[in-house]
Design a protein around this ligand. Structure first.
Ligand SMILES: NC(=O)c1ccc[n+]([C@@H]2O[C@H](COP(=O)([O-])OP(=O)(O)OC[C@H]3O[C@@H](n4cnc5c(N)ncnc54)[C@H](OP(=O)(O)O)[C@@H]3O)[C@@H](O)[C@H]2O)c1
Length: 286
């Protein structure tokens, strides 16, 4: 039996243990974690993946790109795909910082709870990897998406990058102070918090009596949570007439999707899992 080999190319100093465990749970027979991978040094390793096995067995080699920086991961991911030609390719997945699987699971849950078309969706602390991917997915579901940041300039730069990559029309709002964040969520139907772990972005009194809010989703799994009044186990929990999701509540789907994508890497040698494909998998599995 040909062994299912997963090469875990990580842009950080140490390959992610989380990604390695999920890789085994997703069905890899052997996982090789490589640290400090960049778009330059990845080429020789890609060659090792694509030239070694005969066509019928190439599907048993897969590549996973991870690490804490989405920008660094994207650049490695692009370099890998550029190295492929003809049938000299293997399946590859990008999930730097868990951004694709986390955003996909969160937005799939939100979209199953409310019709997003033309609704205002605000992502508080949306400049990080999870927020960027969630913005793109909410926008693709038809929502009018805004992200906030402590720096409006940074938020504007981030939405430019998101809009360029995904062909969407996200916008930026000021979010440095509590007052600014409260103003940002006015008239919103959906609020998502994707700020750094332990940073409170919204108090319960800021949202509890909103007449437009339908869904709140908090990606932060470490107390204190990003949105006070939302609990981490919430999964479409009714709170004051709004549905709430916490990081553990939608995190079950995130892990299932991650494992499933790893499993599917080994079904062919030409699968590419970026956020669009991972989101499609999440919606299928929900
Ligand atoms: N549930 C899951 O399965 C799962 C998986 C992955 C991540 N997560 C969680 O999802 C959230 C987002 O992850 P991420 O990796 O995208 O986050 P991140 O990059 O660590 O932070 C997101 C944004 O938070 C802001 N921020 C950073 N430090 C801050 C501070 N001290 N005070 C206020 N704002 C600060 C920054 O935005 P500005 O500089 O623009 O203000 C940053 O871009 C985190 O809470 C993470 O723990 C959950």
């Amino acid at each position: 039996m040909v062994k299912k080999l997963l090469y875990q190319f990580d842009t950080d100093d140490v390959p992610s243990v989380f990604d390695s465990v999920v890789a085994y749970d997703g069905g890899a027979d052997h996982v090789t974690g490589v640290a400090k991978v960049n778009s330059e040094n990845v080429s020789a390793m890609v060659d090792g993946c694509i030239y070694t096995r005969p066509p019928k067995d190439k599907m048993y080699t897969g590549i996973f790109v991870g690490g804490s920086s989405l920008a660094a991961g994207q650049s490695v991911f692009d370099a890998i795909k550029k190295r492929f030609f003809s049938n000299f390719r293997v399946s590859v997945m990008l999930d730097s910082n868990g951004a694709n699987t986390t955003a996909a699971a969160a937005v799939a849950n939100i979209a199953s709870t409310c019709d997003l078309s033309s609704k205002k969706a605000v992502i508080l602390g949306g400049t990080g990897p999870v927020g960027q991917r969630a913005a793109a997915l909410l926008s693709k579901e038809g929502a009018t998406v805004f992200i906030t940041s402590r720096s409006l300039e940074k938020a504007k730069k981030t939405v430019e990058e998101i809009n360029q990559r995904f062909g969407c029309d996200c916008d930026a709002l000021a979010g440095a102070t509590r007052d600014e964040r409260v103003k940002a969520i006015a008239d919103a139907s959906v609020v998502m918090a994707t700020g750094a772990s332990g940073v409170v972005l919204l108090e319960e009194t800021d949202w509890v009596s909103s007449e437009t809010l339908e869904v709140l989703c908090d990606a932060n799994a470490m107390p204190p949570l990003g949105i006070s009044g939302v609990e981490m186990n919430d999964k479409a929990k009714d709170r004051n007439g709004k549905k709430t999701f916490g990081a553990i509540g939608f995190g079950g789907l995130k892990l299932k999707v991650h494992r499933e994508c790893i499993k599917r890497l080994f079904l062919s040698n030409n699968t590419v899992f970026d956020v669009e494909e991972i989101y499609a998998t999440a919606k299928e599995m929900l």
